[in-house]
Design a protein around this ligand. Structure first.
Ligand code: HAM
Length: 421
């Protein structure tokens, strides 16, 4: 039996380095530290929601909703969907619990699995993981700048370099409407790819995303979104860019960046990293001022992003920035003979109570084999206790990396602890 296509296991030792659990821990610990620095609080919502939430929230003309959702009928005949993203869920939760009554500004973050029925390929999975953040209740472009700075600084802290920060404005609803109309009038329907032809009636803006070379050529001379932006949208984008600049981030205006979800207005952005699979965005987001209201909540603006954890780990490996596997334990306890074994079992418990990570083999392997086990598991030290060590109170502590040994008084836990920590 194998795991379903497009899914994977995260293991202590995996053939694919990015599937090793210590890297996921490394990512998560870094993120938790950053969320504290930026004042974000955690939100956890269900893995599945009523299908209607994503139809309304993400938009039924988006690829996510029209092609990629894991939708099923539960035993009560209700249509449910495994969450393909979390912004809609966060808004649902916000509205349901009237968080607008609990403060003026809300900074929330989340981490967890998402599900999209996409064609699996490098950097694209059916169960994938996102870390994301949303600021709800702030209209100022400084919030857009802060959320982008937060996303980029997480990536930088992890060790990534050569990051490209693409930014654009999709303006307000009126400018998008006028631009969509102009695109519809300009683009020759019969020369477009099949996907873009469909989008011409459902969501012309998304044609800008098309990878089809024929569509790209047609778009060269097509009306430009930026020419339809009002002055307030242009000012908004400029403030975001200027603030990002003062915080040390260069932005690249990407005039065709519109993003694949329907809820955006004003700022949209994506971050990629140089190296392998550079075309895959590590993270993306933007402003979505009408979403909460659309889902029955208060009329509060929002801005956020989500990053794909798999892609971030893959980029770390491609850039040779992934940390190596930490040793499992400080100490491997080796006992020889029954008396030593029972003493070691007691010492095992006592040392753990002292906060020292210790493991022991119970199967009575030879010293040589136990030393190999200790090295294989990345233990720093081995302590060998036999009858002689019991009577003398002295045992040999072996540093498994340097092979140096030293005699220590193994019964004196304070000294032992000093040596081990
Ligand atoms: P998104 O661009 O659909 O945005 O996804 C964000 C990130 O999730 C992508 O940049 C990518 O790294 C990762 N990702 C998406 N699909 C897959 C996949 N099939 N396999 C692996 N990684 C994937 C959103 O989800 C929005 N909710 C972001 C947002 C939050 N906007 C405002 N707030």
């Amino acid at each position: 039996m194998t795991s379903p296509k497009g899914t994977f296991d995260i293991l202590p030792l995996a053939n694919e380095l990015w599937q090793q659990s210590h890297l996921w821990r490394f990512f998560e610990e870094n993120v938790y530290a950053s969320t504290k620095l930026y004042g974000f609080e955690e939100i956890r919502t269900p893995i599945f929601e009523k299908t209607e939430l994503f139809l309304r929230g993400v938009g039924d003309s988006s690829d996510i909703v029209s092609k990629e959702m894991y939708t099923f009928e539960d035993k009560g005949g209700r249509s449910m969907t495994l969450r393909p993203e979390l912004t809609a869920s966060v808004m649902r939760s916000f509205a349901e619990h009237h968080l607008e009554q609990k403060g003026a500004l809300h900074k929330l973050f989340y981490m967890g699995p998402m599900f999209r029925y996409d064609r699996p390929q490098a950097g694209r999975y059916r169960q994938f993981h996102q870390m994301g953040a949303e600021i709800i209740g702030g209209k100022s472009p400084l919030h857009d700048a802060e959320i982008i700075d937060f996303a980029v600084s997480i990536l930088q802290k992890l060790g990534l370099t050569k990051l490209n920060l693409f930014i654009n404005s999709v303006g307000d609803a009126d400018s998008r409407q006028a631009f969509s109309q102009a695109l519809k009038e300009y683009l020759p329907e019969n020369q477009l790819s099949e996907d873009s032809r469909k989008r011409l009636s459902t969501n012309p803006l998304r044609i800008l995303d098309s990878k089809d070379p024929g569509d790209q050529a047609l778009l060269e001379k097509a009306p430009k979104l930026r020419d339809f932006l009002g002055s307030s949208s242009q000012d908004h984008l400029q403030i975001v860019q200027e603030q990002l600049k003062t915080w040390g981030h260069d932005t690249i205006i990407h005039p065709r960046l519109v993003r694949g979800l329907d809820y955006y207005n004003e700022t949209v952005f994506e971050v990629t990293a140089g190296g392998q699979n550079a075309q895959n965005a590590l993270c993306g987001g933007g402003r979505y001022d009408g979403l909460l209201k659309l889902l029955g909540g208060a009329d509060l603006p929002g801005v956020g992003f989500a990053m794909g954890i798999e892609r971030v780990l893959q980029a770390l490996i491609a850039q040779e920035k992934a940390p190596s596997m930490p040793g499992l334990c400080s100490l491997f306890l080796i006992s020889l003979g029954d008396a030593a074994k029972s003493l070691s079992l007691k010492l095992l418990k006592d040392l753990r109570a002292d906060g020292i990570s210790v493991v022991m083999d119970y199967s009575g392997k030879k010293i040589k084999d136990q030393l190999k086990m200790a090295s294989d598991r990345g233990c720093k030290y081995a302590l060998i206790i036999g009858d002689e060590e019991i009577s003398s109170g002295q045992a040999e502590l072996k540093n498994l990396a340097s092979r140096e040994t030293k005699k220590i008084s193994w019964q004196n836990r304070a000294i032992l602890k000093g040596d081990l920590l």
